[in-house]
Design a protein around this ligand. Structure first.
Ligand SMILES: *[C@@H]1O[C@H](CO)[C@@H](O)[C@H](O)[C@H]1NC(C)=O
Ligand SMILES: *[C@@H]1O[C@H](CO)[C@@H](O)[C@H](O)[C@H]1NC(C)=O
Ligand SMILES: *[C@@H]1O[C@H](CO)[C@@H](O)[C@H](O)[C@H]1NC(C)=O
Ligand SMILES: *[C@@H]1O[C@H](CO)[C@@H](O)[C@H](O)[C@H]1NC(C)=O
Ligand SMILES: *[C@@H]1O[C@H](CO)[C@@H](O)[C@H](O)[C@H]1NC(C)=O
Ligand SMILES: *[C@@H]1O[C@H](CO)[C@@H](O)[C@H](O)[C@H]1NC(C)=O
Length: 354
């Protein structure tokens, strides 16, 4: 059976070559996260939600009745062989059954009042330098509860209560389970991530340009708040700064930048506020840098704009070119329209004459 094996070898070699291609240009860290939220209403009723993410992309979720995997991206299922998905699905089902059973048993033994919520997060991170990091964390009612140290395969207390100590001891006693977790998140997770990075390349490299606007608010006559609102960008990472007369304003008591918040269409938004005195004679601009802009930056001026134009050379120039293009298009359309009108009227005159 020599030929088939050689074929397989070739295939796996090819696969590795292709994959090492994607590995080579890994510019940032990627993280796979599996999230589980189990709400224990009483000792006989548990509602479990499960979600899998690659960074901020939803790979799939669990059907809460059947615990079957629902794929959220077309490239996720083809990334692994069917038998791997079957194994993963079976493991999830066995795990969730055991989890409910053990948690209920522990809750009854420790007089934990129902209802309560258990949250688990596990996964792995692959860094550009090719080192990896696995993580397993457990929370109860929104508080950190336990975590797992992959290095020495031990459970660590995040809170020191009789309940957390009990659960830690129970888990530590299940050596087979602990070993399984270690293999799953230190090895399998990284292997699967390689496949997902390859199959999901287009989705991961998606870029959406930020749209920025600057407007002012006057909470009091003595204060002017300049607001820079940036939205519609992807990926999430972005840099937004204020320029005063072309100089970057360092973050301080006058500046306030919101968290980066998600939009419904897997783009992001944030706003940055700068407090200034009205009519202070300075010019202000909001500067946005984002991967989708390449080496350019977006510059949205407020107030006097000549200084800003110098600072935002490229962005400004591009805007001018774009505006000129729009104007030329408009003029051309108008001329064409007029020509058409003229020709229509001439035609109608002609037809009248005919
Ligand atoms: C457990 O909770 C479910 C959902 O809230 C409810 O329908 C059921 O009657 C409860 N069972 C017991 C034994 O309390
Ligand atoms: C690899 O990168 C990560 C994250 O930047 C860092 O924590 C780790 O120390 C690096 N490891 C090596 C071996 O350089
Ligand atoms: C295991 O490693 C963690 C750090 O990751 C450390 O805090 C803990 O003390 C170690 N436990 C044992 C038993 O060595
Ligand atoms: C986890 O995986 C890394 C990379 O494959 C390996 O170097 C490390 O020894 C593994 N750790 C454990 C505890 O298995
Ligand atoms: C863990 O195992 C030890 C030894 O087998 C046993 O004495 C202990 O009661 C077990 N702990 C729990 C919480 O099951
Ligand atoms: C920043 O804005 C938030 C929300 O508007 C507000 O709660 C906070 O006090 C502000 N911080 C500063 C330093 O102005």
């Amino acid at each position: 059976m020599q030929p088939p094996r050689r074929c397989l070898l070739l295939l796996s070699l090819l696969c590795h070559l292709l994959l090492s291609g994607t590995w080579a240009d890994l510019e940032e860290a990627f993280t796979i996260r599996l999230l589980q939220i189990s709400t224990f209403q009483n000792s006989s009723f548990v509602d479990t939600e499960g979600l899998g993410l690659l960074d901020d992309i939803e790979l799939g979720s669990l059907d809460n009745h059947t615990w079957n995997i629902r794929f959220h991206q077309p490239w996720v299922r083809p990334a692994l062989p069917r038998s791997d998905w079957d194994t993963i699905q079976d493991m999830i089902k066995i795990y969730l059954q055991q989890f409910s059973y053990l948690v209920n048993e522990g809750a009854v033994q420790n007089d934990v009042p129902y209802p309560f919520v258990a949250q688990c997060m596990a996964g792995c991170t692959l860094y550009p330098n090719k080192t990896t990091q696995a993580f397993v964390q457990v929370g109860v009612d929104g508080q950190d509860f336990l975590s797992f140290s992959v290095d020495n395969a031990t459970w660590l207390l995040s809170q020191d209560t009789s309940l957390s100590r009990y659960v830690k001891d129970v888990l530590q006693n299940y050596t087979a389970f602990t070993e399984l977790i270690e293999v799953l998140f230190n090895d399998t997770c990284i292997d699967d991530m390689e496949m997902l990075l390859y199959y999901g390349k287009a989705a991961l490299e998606r870029q959406e340009l930020p749209v920025a606007t600057v407007f002012a608010r006057t909470p009091s006559p003595a204060q002017l708040l300049l607001v820079c609102r940036v939205t519609g960008f992807y990926p999430r990472s972005i840099s937004v700064a204020w320029l005063r007369d072309g100089q970057e304003v360092p973050p301080g008591p006058d500046t306030n930048t919101s968290a980066i918040l998600p939009n419904a269409d897997l783009t992001y938004q944030l706003r940055s506020v700068l407090a200034v005195a009205p009519h202070d004679g300075h010019s202000y601009a909001c500067r946005v840098r984002h991967r989708s802009l390449g080496t350019r930056s977006l510059l949205i001026p407020w107030g006097y704009s000549d200084v800003v134009l110098i600072a935002g050379l490229v962005a400004g120039l591009l805007a001018v070119v774009a505006m000129a293009a729009v104007m030329m298009l408009w003029l051309w359309r108008r001329r064409k329209h007029r020509q058409m009108e003229e020709s229509t009227s001439r035609n109608s005159i002609l037809s009248k004459e005919a």
